[in-house]
Design a protein around this ligand. Structure first.
Ligand code: ZN
Length: 490
């Protein structure tokens, strides 16, 4: 009958099953035992499917018995019992099949251990996918954990999808994530340190004074791999110098020695922690924050001058207000018409001259920072950078009546070595900032975290997802190149 079917199929030109059957006959002759097709498709090692039925509501009902002899070995003494004590029905929850739920009915035996020295009287059969007293298959847990870790959904959503409770999904995720996160980070040449606000600050109105009082403002200090692909290396609660130093001190001396450059925002507390724990590392400040300070200074001067000139805040119709968005742009990105608009608005009166001085100060500072190789295409010379910074200081000194400009010059001079190092090395904290965005996204997805440990775990998994994905791609490519067709040297 089967041969007739094969012949018919071949005659109709659908499939040529000849080679398949020849291989199967050959394997059977060699003594290879095959599982039945239903058990292979069901895919739980140690279980043999005896019956399956699709119910009208879409549920797939699967009946199975134990097929693995090792499942009936006494877990205490390791002997194979001779006496069967009972037959029980287990109903572990399993993964869906094509979106439809699967109802698994596992008919398994309870065995009686007759070994004289063994304390265990009876035990039920167990397979690796369904350990004793477990009401879920291991693959269902793994699926929930993988969805949280790999797809970035919340444990609550993974639990809903898998039909399990939040604690079970969360526990599965933690069990999968913790061994990965506990691995010591590989050596890092360029380290980034940044702070990340954990939740929002809480305030309370003081009943006596009527003033707002800060109740809680919770922060995480985060450490990033700027030169490699490791993403977020670790987090520590708080944002003091001691908090940052505590995490750095926990690393091995060899790891600390490997750090050559540390990028931070212009933040003295992290600078002091780095100088204390990583004395051999070069500190650089993120240039985005330097430019940001200069842009903010220009805005501050414009607002102060407008208030002095009009006795109110600037508004539409004021010439200074009309160019406020042009003032924050980079000079080289202004069209000739826009440049003319700015100069026309600022040269009308002394108030405009003051704003122009601040604007020129900002551009003089940017002129020094623009020496970095990413913009010029060539390695900058330290002397050049310091010369241009000197021109910026000189301009600030000429306009010492503008307090915002003086304040900026003082800040820049305080961080001059770190700014010059940033221009020379071209290292920025941009990786930290982009991963901070992911960290914020995780907090939003979770509608905030109560538990800081849960937050750190979720954020670190989110901020190392790219690394795991890349390592998987490398593994796949390697295995392809090994198993693929060999290159014929002839
Ligand atoms: Zn036993």
């Amino acid at each position: 009958m089967a041969a007739a079917c094969r012949r018919d199929a071949g005659a109709r030109g659908f499939y040529d099953l000849g080679p398949y059957h020849r291989i199967r006959d050959h394997q059977k002759a060699a003594g290879i035992v095959f599982q039945d097709t239903a058990s292979v498709l069901f895919g739980v090692a140690g279980l043999q499917v005896t019956d399956a039925q699709a119910l009208p509501d879409g549920t797939l009902e699967v009946w199975a018995v134990t097929s693995d002899p090792a499942a009936a070995v006494c877990p205490d003494c390791g002997t194979v019992p001779a006496r069967r004590h009972d037959t029980v029905l287990a109903r572990p929850r399993d993964v869906c099949r094509g979106g439809d739920p699967v109802a698994l009915w596992w008919v398994k035996h309870r065995w009686k251990c007759d070994e004289p020295g063994c304390d265990r009287k009876t035990f039920t059969e167990r397979v690796p996918q369904v350990p004793p007293r477990c009401r879920l298959t291991a693959r269902l847990r793994e699926q929930a954990a993988a969805e949280v870790a790999g797809r970035g959904i919340t444990p609550a959503e993974a639990a809903r999808h898998a039909g399990i409770s939040w604690p079970v999904a969360h526990e599965a995720f933690a069990a999968a994530a913790d061994p990965v996160l506990d691995q010591a980070p590989a050596p890092v040449a360029h380290l980034g340190i940044d702070e990340h606000r954990r939740g929002r600050p809480r305030w309370r109105i003081d009943a006596d004074t009527g003033e707002y009082e800060l109740l809680a403002d919770r922060w995480h200090t985060c450490f990033f791999d700027l030169s490699g692909q490791q993403g977020l290396l670790g987090q520590v609660e708080g944002r003091t110098a001691d908090d940052a130093a505590y995490w750095l001190a926990g690393a091995t001396p060899a790891w600390r020695d490997a750090v050559r450059v540390v990028a931070i925002d212009m933040c003295t507390i992290y600078a002091s922690a780095v100088r204390r724990v990583l004395p051999g590392a070069q500190l650089v400040v993120d240039l985005f924050h330097v430019v940001h300070l200069a842009v903010k200074m220009t805005g501050d001067v414009r607002r102060r001058v407008a208030r002095g000139k009009y006795g109110r805040r600037g508004r539409s119709g004021d010439p200074e207000y009309g160019i406020k968005n042009l003032l924050v742009r980079n000079l080289e990105h202004l069209s000739p018409a826009q440049f003319a608009k700015v100069t026309g608005a600022l040269q009308a009166d002394p108030a405009g001259q003051e704003i122009a001085a601040a604007w020129i100060g900002k551009e003089k500072l940017r002129h020094a920072l623009n020496l970095r190789a990413r913009i010029t295409g060539s390695v900058p010379c330290e002397r050049n950078v310091r010369d241009r910074l000197f021109a910026f200081y000189d301009w600030c000194a000429q306009n010492e009546d503008i307090p915002e400009l003086l304040s900026l010059a003082k800040t820049v001079s305080r961080w001059e070595d770190e700014i010059v190092a940033a221009v020379l090395t071209g290292i920025t904290n941009s990786v930290s900032e982009s991963l901070n965005r992911l960290a914020k996204l995780e907090a939003r997805l979770a509608y905030g975290f109560r538990n800081p440990a849960n937050q750190r775990r979720r954020v670190r998994i989110a901020c190392t997802r790219g690394k795991r994905r890349r390592s998987r791609q490398v593994t796949t490519q390697m295995s392809r190149s090994v198993t693929g067709r060999r290159h014929d040297p002839g």
